[in-house]
Design a protein around this ligand. Sequence first.
Ligand code: XMP
Length: 335
Amino acid sequence: NWTMETFIEKEIARIREICGPKGRVIGAVSGGVDSSVAAKLMHEAIGDRFQAILVDNGVLRENEAAQVKKMLSEDLGVSLTVIDASDKFLDKLAGVEDPEQKRKIIGNTFIHVFEAEAERIEAEAEKELEEKGGEAKGKIEWLLQGTLYPDVIESISFKGPSATIKTHHNVGGLLADMKLKLIEPLRELFKDEVRALGRLLSIPAHLVNRHPFPGPGLAIRILGPITREQVKIAQQADTIYIDEIRKAGLYDQISQAFAVLLPVRAVGVMGDKRTYEQVIALRAVTTEDFMTADWFVFPTDVLRRISSRITNEVAGVNRVTYDISSKPPGTVEWL
Ligand code: XMP
């Protein structure tokens, strides 16, 4: 009989067995509940033979890397290495508009950054061994990913009209040339189960209840080409949006909320001048499992405040719209 307690025990035993007495694991942490729970589980299983890493891909939320580092150390007791690879990612993304292409670039670059980091950590350990002696550390053979069941079925085994809906970049199938082996302790779980697991592992509610944030980050929320300027606009709009949702006490009623930067310009007026600027679409959904979703009904005054703050505070935006599409036929993200 399956319970979350027995799941934890079995999974920890399985991880220890897979890794052996010396094996080391590096893990991608994003600040989302999935990777945080996976990291906590790994830390419980093999302690500091697990190294958590956050890759700043240049399309994170504003201040995200610093916030996640703080959260992981304070709430999980896991130390996090942040690698700033934003130039590398943004250079490769320059001029790319196709959503799947964006995902592939981010997924592949991400793996290369990880492999380079694994090599760097191993070289450092070897140097330390030469200089100071002591016992040799094991090799880094594994890459931890917080892949969930819906990610697996939507990108690999979804056989609907024999098409992939979206290749979620954190799913194994995409990473054909990777040297590190994938370890995915959550791949049989749904989101609500991961949250329950997080609570059992004593992860605080503010982390467990964080809205999901996709691996490809703002790259799939900036429609059209990605530039540093566009990233900044998307970040500023996102910060205001989430801030107002929290202030209104609505964060926990919404499953996921984010701003999308549209690749169109609209005419507007400011003072006595005509403007011709970009448009932000707001998305907020409620859902059990992210396979289907409804759009969230905001109190009008909250929408009014969000809209007026975005158009006043974010340079380059003169119009805000609200997305009233459910999934299906829409998906949660626009790309
Ligand atoms: P969709 O847009 O497929 O989103 O309805 C469902 C959930 O999945 C997230 N999502 C992703 N997560 N890599 C991720 O790690 C991706 O490529 C990706 N695409 C969508 C989305 O944010 C939502 O929570």
